[in-house]
Design a protein around this ligand. Structure first.
Ligand code: SF4
Ligand code: FES
Length: 285
């Protein structure tokens, strides 16, 4: 019986195309189009991405069941380009729907999925599997220093209380006819600290905050910096006075954990140093 050639829609071969036109098949589509005989170089075969098993060990805690947090192992099939957030989704959707964690944007913008991954604070949505040694388990736990509510979720209220306390909003009197003018240099002065997404990765990586939950913490100081050095703002001294407290900037021991943890690359320790300097000199350099 004669073999039947099967082609799928949109996959017409060059020979078929030529036969429609009543000619012979060209060496290649390009050469036919350009009217040259130049054959195309053989295309490199595209490698199919391969998945591989990854062991993710999550510190679980359900206050209704557990006296203490416990570590639970999960084997997850992952691709190297995926994120730890994808692993957590896979665990939740395919293995254990009771796993609790926060996330919203999944693209490093909302700041809701800061967690401790292999001992370092990161956003789960920015932590790529390929950046970990997957021959070993990946440990995931809640950020430290804030009350643990369930699994990877902590109570963020103490963190936001400190944030609110430094008055994170522009305070300026008078009503200009149009906008409040600012030079490029004046805007540059506080550009770095405008990038904060309030993820708490800095504050909850700070050893001082772990031992003294009353400390304002790096994130609050970063957000104070954002307004203290804004040329349009008139309440800089109010914020400096708030942070000149025993739980304010002077608790900072310059360990740089905060700068290392910040997923936005903010120079957190430098910002804290600038606030200290403004406090001592009264000059906003
Ligand atoms: S300074 Fe960085 S680490 Fe700290 S809350 Fe803001 S974005 Fe997160
Ligand atoms: S989910 Fe929004 S920052 Fe990660």
């Amino acid at each position: 019986m004669a073999a039947t050639q099967v082609s799928t829609p949109g996959q017409e071969t060059a020979a078929e195309a030529a036969s429609v036109e009543g000619g012979t098949a060209p060496d290649s589509v390009d050469s036919a189009a350009e009217g040259h005989d130049r054959p195309l170089e053989a295309a490199e075969p595209i490698e199919e991405p391969q998945s591989f098993p990854v062991t993710v060990i999550v510190r679980r805690y359900d206050p209704e069941v557990d006296d203490e947090p416990r570590w639970v192992d999960y084997d997850v099939e992952m691709f190297s380009t995926e994120r730890i957030l994808d692993a957590l989704h896979r665990i939740k959707w395919e293995q254990d729907p009771s796993l609790a964690f926060r996330r919203s944007c999944a693209h490093g913008i909302c700041g809701s999925d800061a967690m401790r991954i292999n001992g370092k604070n990161r956003l789960a949505c920015k932590a790529l599997v390929k950046d970990f040694d997957v021959s070993k388990p990946i440990y995931v736990e809640a950020i430290k220093g804030l009350p643990l509510e369930k699994d990877l979720i902590v109570n963020m209220e103490p963190f936001f209380d400190s944030f609110r306390e430094i008055q994170p909003f522009l305070q300026a009197t008078g009503k200009p006819d149009k906008e409040r003018h600012q030079t490029i240099a004046e805007r540059e002065r506080f550009d770095d600290t405008t990038k904060c997404i309030l993820c708490a990765a800095c504050t909850t990586s700070c050893p001082v905050f772990w031992t003294d939950g009353q400390y304002f913490g790096p994130a609050a100081i970063v957000n104070a910096h954002r307004f203290i050095f804004d040329s349009r703002d008139e309440a800089s001294q109010v914020r400096l006075d708030i942070l000149n407290d025993k739980e304010g900037v002077w608790r900072c021991r310059t360990t740089f954990n905060c700068t290392d943890a910040c997923p936005r690359g903010i120079q957190v320790t430098k910002a804290i140093a600038e606030v200290k300097q403004a406090m001592m000199t009264g000059v906003k350099l």
